[in-house]
Design a protein around this ligand. Structure first.
Ligand code: AMP
Length: 113
């Protein structure tokens, strides 16, 4: 989608620190990490947010969570624990309107809202 930051990253028009890629998802390091491990997992297809998912998105979502589990293991946080977050809309703190999942870990996380 035009003028979508993450579509541009998926297309390679904007560089990213890629940590995983396959036919349907891309994962890259967050530019402003909130913890020692902070990875963004995005579908290559433009989906605005979790609010616009449909039942047809189920296989994609399963694959995104599988990717998160694999990356958690690769980055050594699968045993210590981690958080998967997707922000939705303005009050949810979503700054990029392309569905993405934050995989955050490597320290004890507090609950801040
Ligand atoms: P959210 O606020 O939930 O929409 O998350 C957007 C995330 O994208 C933030 O954590 C930003 O730090 C991150 N971000 C913004 N621009 C880039 C970029 N060019 N490369 C990597 N991460 C980015």
């Amino acid at each position: 989608m035009e003028n979508c930051l993450f579509c541009k990253i998926v297309a390679g028009d904007i560089p990213s620190n890629k940590v995983y890629e396959d036919e349907s998802v891309l994962a890259f390091l967050d530019i402003a990490p909130q913890a020692p491990v902070h990875i963004l997992i995005v579908p290559k297809q433009h989906i605005e947010s979790a609010q616009t998912l449909t039942p047809q998105s189920d296989p994609l979502l399963c694959h995104i969570f599988e990717t998160a589990r694999n990356l958690a293991k690769e980055y050594g946080i699968d045993q210590t624990g981690y958080r998967i977050i997707t922000n939705v809309g303005q009050q949810g703190g979503q700054s990029v309107k392309h569905l993405h999942f934050h995989l955050i870990g490597g320290r004890t996380l507090k609950w801040e809202n």
